[in-house]
Structure formats: structure tokens, C-alpha cells
Design a binder for this molecule. Structure first.
Ligand SMILES: [Zn+2]
Length: 257
């Protein structure tokens, strides 16, 4: 387990490798990729991806993003993916490959990128806080699978979430569902962290929210720098969690301090 004690920055991003080396970035930081120093144009494009230029807290979507139905999107993506496979030289008449374009298209639209569509946002019902519980509620070790928006390969990790109820409480599985909803988009870890934190703040009608994500990025492990030991930690604290004591209790509860 990583020890963030003494190195954790407020709302910051860290890359922690298992040899204990902690690497801290400021604001526009990397969450999944290596630094490049190359200068040719391919390298420059890689570099733009790898620098994780965060344009906005909202996932960049065009206004016409949902003009096509899911079925229309699947048909289009199927055709494009078939072309990619053909360009790569694959024989699409092969039994094993012929279903792949449609399979990938369905997976994109219905599963791994289904969180792009606001229609899929989980409805959150709040309950009256009958027990008058006013302590910290921590939901830890929520496994999530997302995809890096620069390489379209998996980001796999765990989310840890805490809040302090103000009057109303939420069904626990709803926290899980919100995490999954935002994970099912092309993402960068920083934005995913912020989107989860903001959605919880809004849904729970409380200022006091903490979110910490630890994740492994396939684009770091399987290509480029091919580092299989590093992982990336991001966090966002709102309200009382900006206070050192509360943050320390949260980190303790998720076994990171
Ligand atoms: Zn990446």
C-alpha cells in the first residue's frame, strides 16, 4: 500500500512508484503518460496527448453528440472499425475476425463509453437521515474501468469516496453507480476525479466530499515508457475535507495513511 503521508498535496496529482519515489506535478499534469522530448511531428502529437492538456472539467462533446441514435452510431463505428482492421491488413473473412467490427462498435456505444450519454446518468434518490448520522461515511475500494482518451486503452483503478451527510443520505450503491457512469467515457484521471467529486456534491447536497482515485494506465504500462510499476493517484477535497484532520482521517480509513 502506498504511503502518502507527508507528501499528499491538496487536490493534487501524484505519481507514486513502488520504490517509494513520489513525483508531484502542478495544475496541468500528466496522469497516464511519459514525457517526450522528441521534435518531429509524430512525436509532437504524442507529446500533446501525453501532456494531458485539460481543456475543461466537462468532457469535450460536440453539440450534436446525441443526434444519432445508438443503433446509428453502432452501424457507423462498425464500418470505420472494419476499415481500420482492413488497413492493418487483417483478413475480415476469417471466422474469428469477421464479427469484431460490430462487437467493438456495440461495446463502445453500449458499454465502455455509455457514460458519455447523459440519458445513462444514474438517478440518485436521497433518503432522510433518520439515524441523525453526522459522521464521515467512506465508500472505499470501488473498482472502476475507464479508458484513456489519448490512446483508447484501459485505465483500471479504485475510487475511494467520503462524505459527511447534511440532512439527507444516499443509497450506497448509488455512489458506486456514479463512479461507474463517469468512468465509462474516454477520460483523463484528473477529470474523472473532478467529475465524480462534483456530481457527489450536487447529488448529496453537501459541501463535504472527498474523492481519491488510484489507477494503472495501460498506455504507460504497455507502450511508450512501458512502466508497469507506477500508478497514479489523484484527489479532490471539498468543504471540511480541506481541513488537515478530516483529510487525515479519510486517508486512514482508506488505508493510505
Ligand atoms: Zn494515455
Amino acid at each position: 500500500m502506498k504511503n502518502l503521508n507527508g507528501t499528499h498535496s491538496l487536490n493534487g496529482v501524484q505519481e507514486t512508484s513502488r520504490n517509494g519515489h513520489v513525483h508531484e506535478h502542478n495544475g496541468k499534469s500528466h496522469s497516464c503518460c511519459e514525457h517526450h522530448n522528441g521534435s518531429d511531428s509524430d512525436e509532437l502529437h504524442d507529446e500533446m496527448g501525453d501532456q494531458h492538456i485539460l481543456t475543461s472539467l466537462n468532457t469535450p462533446l460536440r453539440e450534436d453528440a446525441f443526434k444519432l441514435t445508438d443503433a446509428e452510431k453502432i452501424t457507423k463505428i462498425e464500418g470505420h472499425f472494419r476499415q481500420i482492421m482492413e488497413v492493418l491488413g487483417l483478413d475480415l473473412t476469417d471466422d474469428s475476425l469477421k464479427g469484431t467490427p460490430r462487437r467493438v462498435a456495440k461495446m463502445y456505444v453500449k458499454e465502455i463509453f455509455s457514460g458519455l450519454n447523459p440519458a445513462n446518468k444514474p438517478a440518485v434518490t436521497l433518503f432522510e437521515n433518520k439515524y441523525q448520522y453526522d459522521g464521515m461515511l467512506v465508500e472505499r475500494d470501488i473498482t472502476f474501468h475507464s479508458n484513456c482518451e489519448h490512446h483508447f486503452v484501459p485505465i483500471t483503478g479504485m475510487a475511494h469516496v467520503a462524505y459527511i451527510p447534511q440532512g439527507r443520505v444516499i443509497g450506497l450503491s448509488k455512489i458506486n453507480r456514479l463512479v461507474q457512469y463517469y468512468a465509462k467515457r474516454p477520460q483523463v484521471q484528473e477529470r474523472l476525479t473532478m467529475q465524480i467529486a462534483n456530481a457527489l456534491k450536487e447529488s448529496l447536497q453537501t459541501e463535504h466530499v472527498a474523492v481519491l482515485l488510484e489507477a494503472d494506465h495501460a498506455c504507460v504500462a504497455t507502450r511508450g515508457i512501458k512502466d508497469v510499476t507506477s500508478s497514479t493517484v489523484t484527489s479532490k477535497y471539498y468543504g471540511i475535507f480541506e481541513d488537515d484532520a478530516y483529510r487525515a482521517e479519510f486517508l486512514k480509513m482508506i488505508r493510505l495513511a
